[in-house]
Design a protein around this ligand. Structure first.
Ligand SMILES: Cc1cc2nc3c(=O)[nH]c(=O)nc-3n(C[C@H](O)[C@H](O)[C@H](O)COP(=O)(O)OP(=O)(O)OC[C@H]3O[C@@H](n4cnc5c(N)ncnc54)[C@H](O)[C@@H]3O)c2cc1C
Length: 411
């Protein structure tokens, strides 16, 4: 088999990269190791309206609209950030990813399911992908391979593009929860989810309750021999915290019915790869760390970057130059588009992680003010948190309190 572009992974990033490569004239193939697109789900499905636009799909009646958020401090005080307009939708990622795959097909890309990339080699200025198709070994030749193969990207590793500084571990259950308002998500920063936060997200009549935590060994358990993989102990830690959230948290345990209808687990990369282009290889989406460090949301940044990857790959093939130097245009373009925002998000993530319960209590107490809540509602943007941060730093009421918290953040 011979293609201009082979995209590894049929998640949102892979489907959009393929769509843009095909639209720009490249003969494009997506390979996906699973038998069904969008499964297993590793997502809460909360997508900003901007993310849905970036994915070039229209929200249908299956999508659950979200207008705002309640943020709970560890001491129980809560603030409401809501302007009444739809800011986001909660989607079924299986259906969502399938729509993106169909859009890629409509643009001319092909898809091979149950096809797993097992290795990569170089022949001249082309790449040979060693794959198994339905378990049988085969090879696919391509001018450019786009690695959209998620957080554990083999393509990035094989191309020598490194890995992430930090990976948070996420765990989530689907269950029933007594929301005060079914248009609002509930967020719980603090020690219930060390290093990140917990969430309760409504989806029609049901709920997705989850959290992500910084990598640690399962609290209270023996770290065990070194042979226990780091990821096992990390997912154990997320599950341990999730169990405690559901059984002991002052708000969640009261509103959540016991029992669940589904469990989702997965890693969230924090920080982007230093390089996302090599000879005949581009890396995009979670595989490149295109994830907002403030929320763990990867669909929006992944979509923005994947479309650039698809276009640059097609252009480079047309110019008959798929060297790392030429493909580096992709790296430059996505960094110009969202690199700064992701870097600021990483800083915010680090500051929040250092605040501790008392710092978060103080922060929420300060923000619990009509003028500041109005400012957050007006300028808050799930995808660009730096905008509201700048506004808060320019506001006389909030800047003093934020500066008082600075020593803790900078510790
Ligand atoms: C608990 C949790 C909750 C989350 N909630 C949200 C949320 O609410 N909103 C949001 O925007 N983001 C959320 N995310 C992040 C989001 O799920 C990811 O950022 C997004 O799915 C990344 O898309 P992607 O296309 O880069 O990778 P993926 O969706 O991971 O797709 C990668 C694909 O590559 C395939 N693949 C991997 N290796 C190979 C191989 N060797 N050969 C062939 N195929 C391969 C995989 O099977 C997979 O289909 C959440 C993550 C977690 C863990």
């Amino acid at each position: 088999m011979d293609y201009d572009v082979v995209v590894v992974g049929a998640g949102p990033a892979g489907c959009l990269a393929a769509k843009y490569a095909a639209k720009n004239g490249a003969k494009t193939l997506i390979i996906e190791e699973h038998a069904s697109i969008g499964s297993p789900v590793q997502c809460a499905g909360l997508l900003s309206t901007k993310a849905i636009d970036a994915c070039e799909v229209r929200p249908d009646k299956g999508c659950h609209p979200i207008t705002g958020a309640f943020v709970y401090a560890p001491d129980g005080r809560r603030i409401c950030i809501s302007g009444g307009e739809i800011k986001a939708y909660v989607v079924d990622r299986r259906l969502f990813d399938r729509t993106l795959a169909e859009n890629a097909l409509r643009s001319g890309a092909e898809i091979l399911m149950r096809t797993r990339a097992c290795g990569i080699a170089t022949r001249g200025n082309r790449r040979i992908l060693h794959v198994t198709i339905e378990g049988e070994p085969d090879v696919i030749e391509a001018d450019v391979v786009i690695g959209a193969d998620g957080i554990q990207s083999s393509i990035a590793r094989w191309a020598g593009l490194g890995t992430f500084e930090k990976v948070l571990c996420g765990a989530q259950v689907n269950t029933v929860y007594d929301f005060d308002c079914y248009d609002c998500v509930e967020l719980f920063p603090g020690s219930c989810a060390p290093g990140f936060f917990a969430w309760a997200i409504p989806y029609h009549e049901s709920a997705r309750i989850g959290l992500a935590v910084r990598p640690t060994v399962t609290p209270g358990s023996d770290p065990g021999p070194e042979s226990i993989s780091q990821s096992q102990s990390q997912s154990g830690s997320a599950c341990w915290h999730l169990k405690r959230l559901l059984s002991d948290h002052r708000v969640v345990s009261r509103k959540c019915l016991s029992g669940m209808t589904g469990l989702v687990m997965g890693g969230i990369p924090i920080g982007v790869l230093q390089r996302t282009a090599a000879d005949s290889v581009l890396i995009t989406g979670d595989a490149a760390g295109h994830v907002k460090p403030t929320s763990g949301g990867g669909v929006y940044p992944g979509a923005v970057c994947a479309k650039i990857a698809g276009r640059v790959a097609a252009d480079a093939i047309r110019d008959r130059d798929t060297s790392a130097r030429r493909l580096y245009e992709y790296d430059r373009l996505w960094r110009a588009e969202i690199g700064r925002e992701l870097a600021i998000g990483k800083r915010i993530n680090e500051w929040m992680a250092r605040l501790g319960d008392s710092g978060i209590n103080r922060l929420i107490r300060v923000l619990d003010d009509d003028e500041l809540l109005d400012l957050i509602t007006r300028y808050g943007d799930m995808d660009y948190p730096s905008v509201v941060l700048r506004k808060l730093l320019m506001n006389t009421k909030s800047v003093g309190a934020l500066l008082k918290l600075a020593p803790i953040c900078l510790r």
